[in-house]
Design a protein around this ligand. Structure first.
Ligand code: SAM
Length: 326
């Protein structure tokens, strides 16, 4: 389908042509204009209350005392939103400086919730910096258990460590390593693994900020896809039989999403299975066909979160390991 409003057409023209064309092929016709409009929206600011540092009510009281008016999010007691215009004021509150809140888009908060790490478990975050999801997982685990956080890029690794300290995370063990090596180093050691993969970041495109699109190219998508395939295999090898893995990206490209999970299923056969996941925001099922290629039907259980004026675009697949891959 083609965009059917002038607004849609104008904004399509400003996205890289290949991305706009791809969106028209992927999205349901009645969602296309809304998604295109989201690239120009000035988004309200979502944040997560960090119960490792302070109780929910005390944080909210502090924010209100600072003149802010946080709005709740129906599906998570810890997710809150302020108007875009209040972002600066939010970052000047004691709660922000003391790590009692963490600014994190709602789509991003869905990945740890889908993984659902439990207190006492062994958990791996294979692409961790700057650490928003690592901190959220530590909070879900109530700082009990073991949380390995892997990040190879030096400055991002130090930013990760800083954020974990500031957020009061005591169970994290940080490793400055390439995630592709981790599966072989720690085979079948973890109960749960998050692979929030490095990606082309298409869902972060902002038509008000041309720089957000400056580094995108079809070649970049191919390059990250190659890395993602190897990272996902490493993540699966690090997972115990019976364990749960979430693979996520902030890209719309099937080559970075369904095709990566398809390749792992193809290689490992029935050793892994894609399982349904409950997503409380606007979404569509993962694709089971792309560019004339039929993909594993299990990919219909994966999820494409559709962006709107608050939520970023996101892709998420929940995998359960059925048997050893050693
Ligand atoms: N999960 C993070 C969060 O919620 O704050 C965001 C992760 S970001 C999407 C992907 C990260 O993967 C980047 O920090 C990037 O430097 C890192 N990365 C790049 N190559 C990697 C590799 N070979 N192994 C592990 N991580 C890698």
């Amino acid at each position: 389908p083609a965009p059917d409003s002038d607004e849609g057409l104008t904004m399509t023209a400003a996205l890289p042509a290949a991305v706009a064309d791809r969106l028209t092929r992927i999205l349901p016709a009645d969602r296309l204009d809304g998604v295109l409009a989201s690239f120009a929206a000035v988004k309200d600011v979502a944040f997560r209350i960090n119960t490792l540092k302070e109780q929910l009510d005390a944080v909210l009281a502090g924010l209100r005392a600072a003149g802010l008016n946080p709005r709740p999010v129906a599906w998570s007691p810890l997710a809150w939103v302020v108007d875009a215009a209040a972002k600066r004021a939010l970052t000047e509150t004691p709660a922000f400086y003391q790590g009692e809140i963490y600014i994190q888009n709602l789509a991003s908060q869905l990945a740890p919730l889908a993984l659902a790490p439990q207190p006492g478990e062994m958990v791996l975050d294979l692409a961790a910096a700057p650490g928003g999801k690592t901190c959220q997982m530590a909070a879900l685990m109530d700082n009990q258990g073991w949380l390995s956080a892997v990040e190879p890029v030096r400055d991002r690794y130090f930013r990760l460590k800083h954020n974990l300290d500031q957020q009061g995370v005591s169970i994290a063990h940080c490793y400055q390593k390439d995630g592709r090596a981790v599966g072989a180093l720690t085979p079948e050691r973890f109960d749960r693994v998050l692979l929030d993969a490095p990606c082309s970041s298409e869902a972060r495109f902002d038509l008000n900020d041309p720089d957000s699109m400056a580094h995108w190219s079809p070649g970049k998508v191919r390059e990250v896809a190659h890395k993602q395939k190897r990272l996902l295999l490493s993540a699966i090898h690090a997972l115990k039989p019976g364990g749960v893995l979430v693979y996520s990206t902030c890209s719309f490209a099937p080559e970075e999403n369904e095709c990566i999970v398809h390749a792992a299923l193809h290689k490992l056969g029935d050793a892994v299975e894609v399982t349904p996941v409950d997503i409380p925001v606007l979404h569509q099922p993962g694709l089971t066909e792309w560019d004339g290629k039929t993909l594993n039907p299990q990919l219909a259980h994966s999820v494409r979160v559709l962006p709107d004026s608050l939520v970023d675009g996101f892709y998420l697949a929940r995998l359960v390991k059925q048997r050893s891959t050693q």
